[in-house]
Write a protein that binds this ligand. Structure first.
Ligand code: HEC
Length: 452
């Protein structure tokens, strides 16, 4: 058996070797793809096909051998084509599929502006994506993101789809700045879980071969625009982590490896946060299935990754747990208590971050949800205050939350605000000033967080 498989494999490789480009295989491959009806079952943008029965070939990016094998033998719902297509045609269609998808990442095509306006969109999500993108493309991303934040308050469609809309603004913002990732990142905001930054980084990686990704990644978040504040730098390296997963279609070890080649320890861990967050996104927000989840062990892979990657894994892990337990925060708290002992507190910080996200940054609700954390309530409050502050790019709502929180958790809560606002400015005096909205009784906690 082994031998046959090996022989077949060798044959496939040989076929690959001689299936050269001399006879313009792409053109004839495209014909085969159309005439054999592949598009009826598969999505392939090069062929403008939108079939849904089989896997999306744009996302799958199969290699040559896999296409030849699948088309020749069929299986699992796909018919064999060996009786209908000759070897040359199979070779051509395989070359065509490989050539038209090998450089794909989700955002391979640049944002295409048109003249659709927000007022043209009537609860049509694709229309909103386009219209917000248009604003970013013509007027700059800051304008688009500000409009997005306003719309999110009153328009349910926009609010639910805000992350993907912000992605679209990122793609358009990247085009607005003539493909400068650093400039695009410097003029963004975190509106709706940093969707904008993710969109920018996605574009910056589109079509880059794997061999060049690590060096591009190392250079990406450098330069004076990005290094103005820790906050911007964080957005950049965190977005980079998301981008690596998107680029590699959820190859977690690969993405972590690239993160771990960044310049400083801070860059490296912030980048891994983006990787894990991307891994934990709910299914519909994923661009490909991820192998790095377990149905039985909702803390996986945090309990298995290398020690150096654990911090940000646990800081994100409740984003994995909550959708599975249908947002029953009580059950999520039980999972956190099952974490490795030294990471229980971190898991509850994640819990607080998600309490903030789930309540759409509602201070009172965050405080309520954090009660479920029991002895870990303060970690939850801390995670909540940090999320509120960074989501708002300011401390106003987080201050309200800290004042609603139990007295015993308050100074830690204000410390959390400091850890974020400190990143909004550079230089000790400027960082100190960022704490001035904090009530005087707790200003010292904020200073400590901001390292002043
Ligand atoms: C009747 C629907 C149908 C048609 C027609 C069809 N496919 Fe498929 N195809 C499928 C399904 C379903 C799968 C998933 C099989 C699985 O899960 O293993 C698949 C899988 C594949 C794969 C993935 C193989 C892998 O390694 O995972 C490739 C590549 C592929 N098809 C290419 C083609 C090409 C090229 C054609 C045209 C010659 C074609 N398909 C026609 C339904 C179809």
């Amino acid at each position: 058996m082994r031998k046959t498989a090996l022989a077949l494999l060798t044959a496939a490789v040989l076929v690959a070797g001689c299936g050269g480009g001399k006879t313009a295989p792409d053109a004839s491959g495209a014909k085969v793809f159309a005439s054999a009806g592949c598009g009826g079952c598969h999505t392939l943008s090069a062929a403008k096909s939108k079939g849904q029965t089989g896997p999306d070939l744009d996302q799958l990016r199969p290699n040559y051998g896999a296409v030849v094998r699948q088309v020749s033998t069929g299986g699992a719902g796909m018919p064999s084509f060996s009786g209908k297509l000759n070897k040359g045609q199979i070779r051509d269609v395989a070359n065509y599929v490989v050539d038209s998808t090998k450089n794909n990442s989700v955002a391979l095509t640049a944002f295409q502006p048109n003249h659709e306006k927000l007022s043209d969109c009537h609860s049509d999500y694709d229309c909103y994506k386009q219209a917000f993108g248009n604003i970013a493309y013509y007027d700059g991303p800051e304008t688009a993101l500000a409009r997005l934040a306003t719309y999110m308050k009153t328009n349910e469609e926009v609010n639910t789809g805000c992350h993907q809309i912000a992605h679209s603004i990122g793609h358009a913002g990247y085009a607005h700045f003539h493909d400068s990732a650093a400039l695009a990142l410097a003029h963004g905001s975190m509106t709706c879980w940093s969707g904008y930054y993710h969109g920018v980084v996605e574009r910056a990686f589109a079509g880059v071969p794997r061999s060049k990704v690590a060096s591009l990644a190392r250079k990406m978040c450098t330069g004076s625009e990005i290094n103005k504040t820790y906050f911007l730098l964080y957005q950049c390296v965190h977005g980079l982590g998301h981008g690596l997963m998107i680029y590699s279609l959820n190859d977690l070890p690969y993405s972590l490896k690239v993160c771990n080649q960044l310049a400083t320890a801070w860059d490296r861990t912030s980048c891994t946060g983006g990787v894990f967050m991307q891994n934990f996104l709910p299914g519909p927000m994923q661009i490909a299935p991820t192998k790095w989840l377990s149905k039985k062990d909702l803390l996986y892979p945090c309990d298995k990754v290398a020690a150096g990657d654990k911090l940000y894994c646990y800081l994100m892990v409740t984003s994995r747990v909550l959708p599975v337990v249908h947002y029953d925060f009580r059950k999520a708290a039980a999972w956190c208590r099952k974490a490795e002992r030294s990471w229980v507190a971190t898991c509850f910080q994640s819990f607080g971050r998600d309490a903030s996200g789930y309540s759409v940054q509602n201070p009172r609700k965050i405080v309520q949800l954090c009660k479920l954390a029991g002895s870990m309530e303060r970690e939850c409050i801390y995670g909540g205050s940090r999320d509120l502050t960074s989501n708002d790019a300011g401390p106003a709502r987080a201050i309200r939350m800290c004042l609603l929180a139990p007295a015993a958790t308050r100074s830690y809560c204000f410390y959390g605000i400091g850890t974020i606002v400190g990143g909004f400015a550079n230089g000790s005096g400027a960082r100190r000033a960022k704490c001035s909205p904090v009530p005087s009784a707790y200003r010292r906690d904020c200073y400590r967080g901001a390292a002043v």
